[in-house]
Design a protein around this ligand. Sequence first.
Ligand code: PHE
Length: 461
Amino acid sequence: MSTSVENRGQFGSKIGFILSAAGSAVGLGNIWKFPGKAYNCGGGAFLIIYILMVVFIGTTVMLGEFVIGRKTQKNAIGAIRELNSKYTWVGGLGILTGFIILCYYCQVGGWTLKYIVGYITESSTIYADPMAYFTGNLLGADRFPVQGAIVYPIIFIFLTAFIISRGVSEGIEKMSKILMPLLFIVLIGLTIRSCTLPGASEGLYYMVHFDPSTINANAFLVALGQAFFSLSLGMGVMITYASYLSKDENLVANTGIVCFLDTMVALLAGFMIIPAVFATGIDPGIGGGFAFATLAGVFMSIPGGTIFGCLFYFLLFFAAVTSSTSILEGTVAFLVEEKGMDRKKTVVIVSIILAIIGFFYTMSQAHMDLKGIWISREGISHPIFGDFMEYLTDRLLLPLGALTTTIFAGWIWGTDNAIQEATSDGKYKFALAPVWAFLLKIVAPIAIAIIIIAGMFLGMS
Ligand code: PHE
């Protein structure tokens, strides 16, 4: 998608925008990250906290980003600058956050490619010992993850960069129309299978059982960071996407649809993976193995499972690419439009940096159990470089990005302007407008601020 001001396109259809925004939102965050967080934070109660975060804060921030983008018809930084040039840094913060996320996102995106190839060429090796396949084959038997940190992530970065440099968003939009619904259908099918595996009921119970003792500040913090990550908020991506919309679009309805779809996919993924964890006894620990090692137990148990395995990782890869391109576009558009750099050159340079920093992410995953190889913190038995990147983005930078966006929209630009834009100058009135204004101005900033501060005292977990 081109973000140049002179030659700005618009989404051809309503469904095109919803799919693109949902395409950015639905990604590895839903399928790879969410189940692990739900598992670590206590299951049922976490799901409720997560849903509350999406309904009250996620939707509020998303609509806030949408109105800023559509009003100005500009990329994140340009948009904020146009509304008030003193706050341009708010957009800059988002770009930085996106870049850090992208470093590890492309690594895990690469893992999906490895698994597509794995299910095609050596499914029996995966089935024989899914965890060994994950750690040995992907992360490297000798702890040097050639495939997981170099070969496949570089292919993934190349594909993302290729799409961005070509601007083939046309093609992505068209493919999304087919592949996103297909992802949904496959997820439903696999979830049903996973929940009916022998031994899965314990996992199902874990996911629906409300245990009040698991409700704590940490769960709120994890849920909030995850909600922002999953909904692609706090880094200006949704500002940029909405900048391509016309006044005919109902932003409030679009917000509801995108948040609903994204949350459905996350919940489905949770109910697909956690019961399988219990049924198969494969516990991938704190590491990144949730969407990889565990699912082998499901594929193994269905007829044609290997084909489903390929299809699933292909769809996961596609979901990841529609997200990674949305983040890379932010970084590249910034360097090209604000710093006057050449687009193709920028894409190449950014990609090389991504590959280098990302390498250390997977490397630190491969050395999870070794203390002291990477900077390690007392009491936590794994090296923290990879965790640190996620910690920094999910617990600090994304909430901070969302906080500054809500303060900007609610106080600096003002809720009257925001409501005027949200209703398309009165065309689509919504009864909850005063509620949204209150959430945007008061509730969301206070809640986010409390959670960020609490998180600083909680440390890392
Ligand atoms: N929302 C995406 C996911 O869940 C990741 C993402 C974060 C994309 C921030 C854009 C911006 O995978």
